[in-house]
Design a protein around this ligand. Structure first.
Ligand SMILES: [Zn+2]
Length: 367
């Protein structure tokens, strides 16, 4: 995520702070100062927000550490003004695991709230919540209430918030995942409208949260649909099997002719079906600007190119495609090049499947 600074690492998970978070601190501090004209009250208001976000980090760690128990890594936790986001490297697909990961966050907030309230009841300190400079016990009491609020709010069935994820996990035990996600996402978007409507009556934050929930519910439903389409499809179904290969002694001029007179953009370089490197469209044009046309293509080829195999799941191969030279993977079986994989081919395959479902492959049916 851009505009995020690394704060530190907790349990091996990087915690980052988004730049817009500082705006929230300024806003809260300014609001408090304009009300009471007390720098101490403003500092305490800011300290309170920091304490709340400390508990948000613990909420996200609840998700991340539970996910780790099921073998799911967390890439990092980012704090945004509207809350925290734990970026899991994949969503746990077993309903029971997804349910536990979703509930772990709100459970942390409830534990914190009960812990604080239990501690305060032992101290039996007097509370005066109207005082602009609250006592430590009033500060902690408010923090406990906010944690109860966080747990309840996150448990609303507004997918992709925790309650919505829990709902999808429960629905997934009765139907396929795509339908479960669709129902959860629809409910999420319904909740998003309610948030926005409630926000317009008073709290502008709710409008932001409504917008965030609306957009991410739609995105996630789409991603799940795509994942289900790709499930069980190997690379061999989507690769191009008719393509030109350049011999290592071919010249840059010959490669240019081939580029102009075919649809192919990138060319494997090799002999008898093997592959020494990949001459990308970009690499060829750059080389022609600096080298004579008669230079061999080996001067311009990438020897470190993206590789795949016919049996690799298409979903994993697609994950490497954006970073691969020429945005293409060379599909090899042993030493032999048997195909090329580009995003366009995958798009064509889906189009073809939509127009003539059946002979290509059937969508994966969950067991
Ligand atoms: Zn959560």
């Amino acid at each position: 995520m851009r505009w995020a600074w690394k704060l530190g690492t907790v349990a091996g998970i990087e915690v980052r702070l988004h730049a817009t978070f500082l705006l929230l601190l300024l806003w809260v501090g300014g609001l408090s100062y304009s009300k009471d004209h007390s720098p101490t009250a403003a500092a305490i208001a800011i300290a309170f927000i920091l304490a709340v976000f400390g508990t948000v980090v613990m909420h996200e760690l609840g998700h991340a550490l539970t996910a780790r128990r099921f073998g799911v890594r967390t890439l990092g936790i980012t704090l945004l003004p509207i809350g925290g986001v734990a970026q899991l490297d994949r969503v746990p697909t077993k309903p029971r695991e997804e349910l536990l990961v979703a509930l772990a966050g709100p459970a942390v907030n409830l534990l914190l709230a009960f812990g604080i309230l239990g501690g305060l009841s032992l101290l039996a300190a007097p509370l005066d919540l109207r005082d602009p400079i609250p006592s430590l016990s009033a500060f902690l009491w408010r923090l406990a209430i906010v944690n109860v609020g966080l747990a309840v709010f996150n448990l609303l069935p507004a997918f992709p918030m925790d309650g919505g994820r829990a709902l999808r996990a429960i629905l997934s035990t009765r139907m396929d995942r795509v339908s479960a996600t669709r129902i959860a996402a629809r409910m999420g978007q319904g909740m998003a409208l309610l948030f926005a409507a409630a926000g317009l009556l008073g709290n502008p934050f709710l409008v932001f949260i409504g917008l965030f929930v609306w957009i991410s519910a739609g995105e996630e439903a789409q991603a799940t649909r795509l994942q289900a389409l790709l499930d069980g499809v190997p690379v061999s179904e989507a690769m191009v099997t008719t393509f030109h290969t350049l011999a290592p002694e071919a010249s840059l001029g010959m490669a240019r002719e081939l580029l102009f007179h075919s649809f192919q953009r990138n060319f494997p370089v090799g002999r008898e079906g093997d592959c020494l490197g990949l001459l990308t469209h970009e690499g060829l044009l750059k080389a022609l600007a600096h080298h004579p046309e008669a230079s061999p293509v080996t001067t311009a080829m990438e020897s470190d190119f993206g590789l795949s195999s016919p049996t690799e799941p298409l979903a994993t191969a697609l994950g490497r495609l954006p970073q691969a030279p020429g945005r293409m993977l060379v599909v090899r079986e042993g030493p032999l090049v048997v195909g090329l994989l580009t995003a366009e081919n995958v798009g064509e395959m889906f189009l073809a499947r939509d127009l003539a479902p059946g002979p290509f492959w059937r969508p994966h049916e969950p067991p």
